[in-house]
Design a protein around this ligand. Structure first.
Ligand code: FES
Ligand code: FES
Length: 470
């Protein structure tokens, strides 16, 4: 039995297709039509709702999610708050009132989603340093973002008196009462063993964590996913642990947690993880999902290559580590066999003399596919010579790649402008990218050449970052 809470109503569902998305369910089964469909792909935010679940301290955590690409089954035991629930007894919720007060709406199509993102912002217990991040997944075609960012800043600087807080204790009690009874065609294993069993019982089922990529097969390509195995409860996939050489990050850890981890331990990766998708997407997306579909322009594979990371693959009995360049064998092809899953990634610590950078060039800052992603990691000896060099790239071939011939230009030589120029001259020999809507082949070659120089300038402590935050 699938059981979730929608606003104040506990909903028990005996039978529902595994791939039914929350937005369709809200609009068609519950007549909650405040959440809109704009893109049905997680890009516009018109469908944004707030997912409520227990945090590790037993308190409620509030995260905005895209209802259009979230399977209803993945919300078992959780509360969903929609825009209809904010207004209580004819009075606008303080967040709604703040949008009105700043003239933050015109045609209103985006407004329910924007209000829900702002509501999630208002529920954060810690100080939010960039409140506008909460709006990064919401597109508005007419109001302009100035007033909305003002509202976000106001909300983040105040304590909002939330009338829905009166329900919190009843919500917690209900969450504690929900059992784990399985649903047909949608498995929710909790251990490696249960996951292995689910895979053998449902051999054609796809694995799903946040669904931010897989769900697009349903909403964009019209396919059905009749059986799913939800890996977002498997304990082995949910932890970040320190190892003797670095860290192990579970494959189903949501990307917002990975981002917080990277800020602390791999600050050079902070920006590219932030730009993997909006905060709304990062609440659901995972490393395992990004690596599982092996997109040629994924940001994570070039990042992992550049950090000399490893992909841990499990079959319930044996775990095997692969270098990402070996694991990805071709266009959306990997070494992963049907009985296996990605369980974690391993990242070694960076040494003080390792210089690492990863650059993502895309048309839109958040929530966009890269034209080119370039990762560079150089170990520089005390005599200023490059001892080791990794250069990885996405968007320049049918898969994410190591650019070994470029690496050889640097190894054993001092990192200097003439060597950078020699590497730049070699780039057209090393990559032969395609031209597509995101950029011509010539543009991509130029990007790689320019990013090599940008890396060099950064090692010389010349700040070439762009400032994006409002
Ligand atoms: Fe556009 Fe969901 S409808 S993000
Ligand atoms: Fe019209 Fe935002 S108010 S799309």
């Amino acid at each position: 039995m699938l059981e979730l809470m929608i606003n104040r109503e506990v909903v028990k569902i005996a039978s529902l297709d595994a791939d039914t998305m929350l937005l369709n369910y809200l609009r068609e089964h519950k007549q909650l039509t405040g959440s809109k469909e704009g893109c049905a792909s997680g890009d516009c935010g018109a469908c944004t709702v707030v997912m409520v679940e227990p945090d590790p301290n037993g308190e409620l955590s509030y995260k905005q999610i895209n209802a259009c690409i979230t399977p209803v089954h993945s919300l078992h035991g959780k509360q969903v708050i929609t825009v209809e629930h904010l207004k209580q007894a004819q009075a606008l919720h303080p967040v709604q009132q703040a949008v009105v007060d700043k003239n933050g709406t015109q045609c209103g199509f985006c407004t329910p989603g924007i209000v829900m993102s702002l509501y999630a912002l208002s529920k954060q217990k810690q100080t939010v340093s960039h409140p506008s991040d909460y709006l990064a997944g919401n597109l508005c075609r007419c109001t302009g973002y100035g007033p909305l960012i003002e509202v976000a800043n106001t909300i983040a600087s105040q304590s909002i008196d939330d009338p829905l807080e009166q329900d919190a204790s009843a919500v917690k009690t209900w969450m504690a009462s929900v059992d784990d009874a399985a649903c047909q065609h949608y498995a929710r294993p909790k251990t490696r063993l249960e996951l292995a069993q689910a895979k053998s019982q449902m051999p054609s089922a796809k694995l799903i964590a946040g669904g931010t990529d897989l769900s697009l097969e349903v909403t964009q390509q019209g396919r059905s996913l009749p059986e799913l195995i939800d890996i977002s409860h498997v304990d082995d996939l949910l932890t970040i642990t320190e190892t003797t050489s670095g860290w192990r990050i579970g494959a189903a850890v949501p990307m917002d947690r990975v981002h917080a981890f990277a800020r602390e331990h791999f600050p050079s990766a902070d920006e590219v993880i932030e730009r993997l998708g909006s905060l709304t997407i990062r609440h659901r997306a995972t490393l395992g999902g990004s690596l599982g579909h092996a997109s040629p322009i994924g940001d994570i594979a070039p990042l992992l290559m550049s950090l000399n990371g490893r992909i841990e693959v499990d079959d319930g009995v044996t775990k095997t580590l692969f270098a990402p360049e070996d694991y990805i064998t071709g266009y959306r092809e990997t070494l992963l066999r049907d009985h296996q899953w990605i369980s974690a990634i391993h990242l070694p610590r960076l040494a003080p003399n390792q210089h690492h950078a990863i650059y993502k060039i895309s048309k839109r800052y958040e929530d966009d596919i890269a034209t080119v992603t370039l990762g560079i990691n150089m170990t520089i000896d005390s005599d200023q010579r490059v001892k080791n060099c990794i250069i990885s790239a996405g968007g320049v071939a049918a898969k994410s790649v190591r650019l070994h011939e470029l690496e050889k230009v640097f190894v054993g030589r001092p990192l200097s402008l003439p060597i950078v120029h020699a590497a730049q001259d070699k780039v057209p020999e090393v990559i032969q990218p395609l031209s597509d809507v995101r950029g011509s082949a010539r543009y991509r070659v130029k990007l790689v050449q320019n990013l090599l120089k940008r890396f060099y300038l950064q090692t010389q402590h010349i700040d070439v970052r762009l400032v994006h935050h409002a």
